[in-house]
Design a protein around this ligand. Structure first.
Ligand SMILES: NC(=O)c1ccc[n+]([C@@H]2O[C@H](COP(=O)([O-])OP(=O)(O)OC[C@H]3O[C@@H](n4cnc5c(N)ncnc54)[C@H](OP(=O)(O)O)[C@@H]3O)[C@@H](O)[C@H]2O)c1
Length: 303
């Protein structure tokens, strides 16, 4: 398993994370956790809202049925999304973490991320929540998800803990943060700056980008791998995958990890064989020709 440095921390962490958003659909969650762990994926991503809390509960119970020690894995969760609103108030953040800890049946989470921007955010509230959770030993590291540089800077002005993660949708069929950097100073569609140079900001500030829904296109519209809508992309993926003795899914993982921004891939598969393929592929290093060929086969153009 390829390891990366976790933001500005001293931790070396797995470059592949198991996303637990779909764990309420898993046939045997204990075996899924064990398969991930045995293949070097010792980092698990949650959120208070996954399955309405059920995913954390299922994980907590399943983990107890394994011989894996709590301190040997990284458990991350997220909060801030509520029905019909976003909520970064101190009361909500603290309450949400306390409920996650109960469901996960653990004393602490390694990392807490603010899930989606709350436009009513008052950074002082976030700071007070983080201070309390850190002082109580309930959270070790902090970060955000789906936030742009100026929003992060606003938080940083008041929050004293380093914000070391930004979880963002990224994969072969979702490349906005790369397109914009390639099409600088053009007037075409990909040059549109939607996220404020997120990629450059993350690299400059050593924030780890965690790529969510890496094998999906659109907003959970489906998987692009093996999908006839993307036949050109799939034929390129199959050819290059054969050269590396991996599957197209493995290759799609290696494509993200090849970027020097040192990202992590959050795979949401609840299939043991697929988890093994993905873990194994973290070691594959694509060359520049392969990387750009895949980028272009996905329908992207170079200026
Ligand atoms: N921060 C955020 O806003 C945010 C949003 C969404 C997700 N996330 C995180 O990202 C994680 C991953 O999200 P995701 O599950 O949507 O991502 P994903 O890994 O791209 O998709 C996994 C889903 O695709 C299916 N699939 C079918 N064919 C596949 C193939 N060839 N390769 C890989 N998967 C295939 C999997 O089924 P099988 O189980 O049968 O393999 C599974 O249902 C979540 O668990 C969550 O932790 C974060």
């Amino acid at each position: 398993m390829k390891k990366i440095q976790f933001g500005t921390s001293d931790l070396q962490v797995a470059s592949v994370i198991l996303g637990c958003m779909r764990m309420n659909g898993a046939e045997n969650p204990r075996e899924i956790i064990e398969t991930a762990y045995e293949n070097g994926i010792d980092f698990f991503d949650h959120a208070d809202i996954y399955g309405g809390g059920e995913c954390e509960t299922i994980f907590g119970k399943a983990l107890k049925g394994t011989s894996i020690k709590r301190e040997d894995i990284i458990i991350q969760t997220k909060c801030g999304i509520r029905k019909g609103m976003f909520d970064f108030s101190k009361e909500h953040i603290v309450g949400s973490v306390e409920n996650s800890l109960k469901r996960l049946d653990v004393e602490y989470v390694d990392a807490l991320l603010l899930h989606r921007p709350d436009t009513l955010v008052e950074p002082e509230e976030v700071a007070a929540a983080f201070d309390q959770l850190e002082a109580q030993g309930k959270v070790k590291y902090f970060g955000v998800s789906n936030q742009k540089p100026m929003q992060i800077d606003l938080l940083k002005k008041t929050v004293k803990q380093p914000l070391i993660v930004n979880q963002l949708q990224f994969g072969i069929k979702h490349t906005g943060m790369i397109d914009q950097g390639i099409h600088v100073n053009m007037t075409d569609e990909p040059s549109t700056d939607r996220d404020g140079s997120l990629l450059d900001y993350s690299r400059l500030n050593q924030m780890t980008i965690q790529a969510w829904s890496p094998y999906q296109y659109g907003f959970f519209e489906g998987v692009f791998i093996g999908n006839e809508k993307f036949s050109e992309l799939n034929s390129v993926l199959d050819r290059i995958a054969a050269n590396h003795n991996c599957t197209a899914t493995g290759l799609a993982t290696a494509w993200i990890l090849r970027h020097p921004a040192n990202m992590q891939v959050i795979a949401g598969s609840m299939n043991k064989e697929r988890i093994k393929e993905i873990a194994k592929a973290s070691e594959i290093v694509l060359n520049r020709e392969e990387w750009y060929e895949i980028y272009c086969a996905a329908g992207n153009i170079l200026p």
